[in-house]
Design a protein. Structure first.
Lengths: 83, 279
């Protein structure tokens, strides 16, 4: 599985970006930069990641930094998959 | 497709304080009723986001000869009561009320159609009915516990965006355990409803049923979630006849923009058509 590709796909779907995430790089800022990423979308992202990657995310595992950039989120998911 | 003007909005009386009622939308069947369907909506904001898909499917079902009753559960939508006053028990009773209303008008087999948490409400309401029923599950959850956690997370996420997420969920759970309602994303969640949701599971009912389990997946190689496959295996082992499939489409109950899942509409009609039980 290409984690970067899958994570960007999940971001695109959850935020209804219509394919915009295809232009994202690891450095693309997320939280605070994408208006669609509000608290409800954050929760949906976490839940979708759990469901699609088959991982469990504890509340104390994440903070604002996890969603700072696309790269930060990709690394978080990669870390969970490797655990 | 049925003319939307054909549907009827109405209030059905419900148990509770004087004036208790539930807002419903009735979609009369075209021709003789092939089946009756009670639609049980999902939890909180998911109900609002999925309204369009529910309406599209209800009308499509009516056009194919199904009598469909959409009911706003206690404290939801335009039904009486505050969300904070709703309990799992009143929600189960609402499903029974809806089933009785349809039964008074049509003799055809009964289907309980749930979306997300609505599947849990439907599954737990089935034993309370005066008659057998079949299930149409859209995106059935692994367990209510997962849904409650997702809902509580909304508060944590809101706090997180403000930089103070630690311990938020624990504090919410403590509040509920102490018998207090909690405020999350504009909803006041009461302890009884929270507990009912948390304990809810998709247990196979004692009486064997025919069921249709459908999920949408954004993956091009759409497949059922692993948790769903386990649940289906348990139901089949208990003697239930299940048709399950995943179709490609958006998770329309949670997307930022209102989205349609036409493949789900088609799969639902096709599955029901194949499952038709002789009346």
């Amino acid at each position: 599985m290409n984690v970067q590709h899958e994570v960007l796909r999940v971001i695109d779907e959850v935020l209804s970006l219509g394919g915009r995430s295809a232009t994202f790089t690891r450095d693309t800022p997320l939280l605070g930069a994408i208006p669609e990423l509000d608290s409800m979308a954050v929760v949906t992202l976490i839940t979708t990641i759990e469901e699609q990657f088959g991982v469990m995310v504890a509340d104390d595992e994440i903070d604002g930094d996890t969603f700072a950039t696309a790269g930060a989120l990709i690394d978080f998911v990669s870390g969970k998959l490797a655990a | 497709m049925t003319d939307p003007a054909h549907q009827q909005a109405l209030f059905i009386p419900a148990d509770g304080p004087a004036g208790s009622q539930r807002f419903c939308v009735y979609h009369p069947p075209v021709g003789h009723a092939a089946g009756t369907v009670v639609y049980v909506h999902p939890f909180a904001e998911e109900m609002n986001k999925s309204r369009r898909m529910a309406a599209l499917q209800s009308r499509a079902l009516a056009a194919k000869g199904y009598a469909v009753l959409q009911i706003d559960l206690h404290g939801c939508g335009d039904s009486s009561g505050e969300f904070a006053d709703a309990t799992w028990a009143t929600w189960l009773a609402d499903v029974a009320t809806a089933a009785r209303w349809l039964r008074a008008r049509h003799a055809a087999p009964l289907w309980l159609w749930g979306l997300r948490a609505g599947c849990l409400v439907a599954a737990e309401a089935a034993p309370l009915l005066d008659e057998p029923c079949h299930f149409l599950f859209w995106q059935p959850p692994a367990a209510g516990k997962t849904l409650l956690q997702q809902f509580l997370r909304l508060k944590m996420a809101a706090e997180m965006l403000d930089g103070k997420a630690a311990g938020v969920t624990d504090a919410l759970r403590a509040q509920l355990a102490a018998g207090q309602a909690v405020e999350i994303a504009g909803y006041s969640l009461g302890p009884s409803l929270a507990q009912g949701l948390e304990q809810a599971q998709l247990r196979p009912p004692a009486a064997a049923t025919q069921s249709i389990w459908l999920e949408t997946s954004t993956r091009t190689d759409a497949a059922l979630l692993p948790a769903t496959q386990s649940a289906i295996a348990a139901w089949r082992k208990a003697g239930h006849d299940i048709h399950a499939a995943a179709v490609t489409g958006p998770n329309f109950w949670q997307t930022q923009e209102i989205e349609d899942a036409p493949a789900l509409l088609a799969a639902t009609l096709q599955s029901l058509g194949q499952a038709l039980v002789p009346a």
